[in-house]
Design a protein around this ligand. Structure first.
Ligand code: ZN
Length: 123
């Protein structure tokens, strides 16, 4: 695909840090929408099933309105932390869980990072 929105980069999953991608679907009454889902490659893709959907539309996939919906979805995904610190808090809680399972030196370093991020999101 060579459309103009193809170049918009998606930030990684906020929970696992792995890759996500944009996919498209439509329902039985012809409404279409774009959604964020796990990435393509088995080894690097997110498997958290954390979805985000665009607005629905009925025009062609490559029509301006469709591409606008897709661009807005990408923007929304990439700025999700600004919607509130809830998402970040969930990611941090998960990170603390992971830290508990690794060796003690890495754990201390991870917890330092967690604290730094917590301070940053609570500004
Ligand atoms: Zn994930």
């Amino acid at each position: 695909m060579t459309d103009k929105t193809e170049r918009l980069e998606l930030l990684p999953c906020p929970i696992c840090g792995k890759k996500v991608s944009i996919a498209r679907t439509e329902n039985e009454v012809g409404e279409r929408w774009w959604f964020i889902t796990r990435g393509t490659y088995r080894t690097t893709r997110c498997n958290c099933r954390l979805f985000l959907e665009s607005e629905k539309f009925t025009c062609g996939w490559n029509d301006d309105y469709s591409l606008e919906c897709r661009a807005k979805l990408t923007d929304k995904w990439n700025t999700r932390a600004e919607l509130g610190s809830g998402t970040c808090e969930i990611a941090l809680a998960r990170l603390v869980d992971v830290a508990a399972k690794v060796d003690i030196d890495s754990c201390a370093e991870i917890l330092e990072c967690v604290e730094a991020i917590r301070k940053a999101v609570k500004r």
